[in-house]
Design a protein around this ligand. Structure first.
Ligand SMILES: Nc1nc2c(ncn2[C@@H]2O[C@H](COP(=O)(O)OP(=O)(O)OP(=O)(O)O)[C@@H](O)[C@H]2O)c(=O)[nH]1
Ligand SMILES: [Mg+2]
Length: 295
């Protein structure tokens, strides 16, 4: 009988390559926010992939970036701390875009970490065969000792079975970190904040996504066996507040309805959501606010 294997696996890559989509797909629960806006992920989310005699704890983290305010400084620190303290790394490339300087920089950091590396070329459902082949060849050049390379589509699921099968190969012997049936380290407040923010991001454009945060004030059980979530969407200016509220409150209603549904799916019980919008100027540089938001 072989020993149980387990470990932490960092998902490293440029913003928007599909790290959170992959974490959701492999763990089987949609808990990490996914959106077309870069820098969707702001804090580390652990999501477990349970195998028969192994467990990989995927660490979904922000994309690598140059920090420009208090928020992005903390995000980049999360990336660095995670790489310094995990058992393996997945380097994600995007078949839809040419491999560039950003990818090379991340690859160097991942190689320097000395961790076993699995390279994932994502978005193969939209990348043409030439682009996929080029990404694979460049991966071999950037990470000469990679453990495996997997062309996948985190969106359609193509290639994910083979990727899943190679996860235990890079894990050391160790105990199960999460009991069967438990997938994440996120509290209900954190899950709610993440999924509400996701629904706001997929509907908003330009500077609003970067200026937006969600603070969950209360989650209380309801008589029917469900929960009521009370949350506030924070933005930085009155005009952003107007955009998030929308004409006659249409936008905030849409965000609320979609988030309530996503939370009911994630938790498996009925969810009510009371959602408000408030202006909180310059919260991205307010250290105590960042502490409160858990970034
Ligand atoms: N066509 C296609 N789109 C994908 C795939 N994977 C992710 N996407 C899309 O790419 C966008 C970014 O996905 P995310 O999972 O949020 O990317 P991320 O790497 O976590 O981004 P950050 O958190 O901002 O660093 C979303 O619009 C996804 O739907 C894929 O395999 N194929
Ligand atoms: Mg993400």
């Amino acid at each position: 009988m072989s020993a149980y294997r387990s470990g932490m696996v960092a998902l490293a890559g440029r913003p928007n390559v599909g790290k959170s989509t992959l974490a959701n797909a492999l763990s089987g629960v949609h808990l990490a926010a996914v959106s077309p806006r870069p820098q969707t992920t702001r804090r580390r989310i652990a999501m477990a992939v349970h195998g028969d005699d192994w467990q990989a704890v995927l660490l979904d983290i922000p994309g690598f970036q140059t920090p420009r305010d208090g928020l992005t400084r903390r995000m980049q620190a999360t990336v660095d701390d995670t790489l310094a303290d995990c058992d393996a790394a997945v380097l994600m490339l995007n078949a839809e875009e040419a491999v560039g300087g950003g990818d090379r920089y991340i690859a160097e950091r991942v190689v320097a970490s000395g961790l076993p590396v699995i390279v994932v070329v994502n978005k193969c459902d939209v990348g043409d065969p030439g682009a996929i082949a080029r990404a694979v060849a460049l991966a071999a050049e950037m990470v000469p000792r990679f453990h495996a390379v997997h062309p996948v589509s985190a969106l359609t699921g193509d290639g994910l079975e083979a990727l899943r099968a190679s996860l235990p190969e890079v894990l050391p012997e160790g105990p199960a970190y999460f009991p069967e049936g438990i997938v994440t380290d996120q509290s209900p407040d954190e899950v709610a904040a993440e999924l509400i923010r996701e629904q706001a991001l997929v509907r908003l454009r330009q500077e609003v996504p970067h200026s937006l945060a969600v603070q969950v004030d209360d989650i209380t059980p309801t008589r029917g066996g469900g929960v009521r979530v009370e949350a506030v969407i924070l933005v930085e200016t009155e005009s952003q507040k107007g955009i998030v509220v929308g004409k006659g409150g249409a936008m905030i209603r849409d965000i609320g309805t979609a988030a309530r549904k996503a939370l009911a799916v994630a938790w498996g019980y009925e969810t009510h959501l009371d959602l408000f919008v408030k202006v909180r100027r310059r919260w991205r540089d307010d250290e105590s606010m960042l502490d409160r938001l858990g970034v």
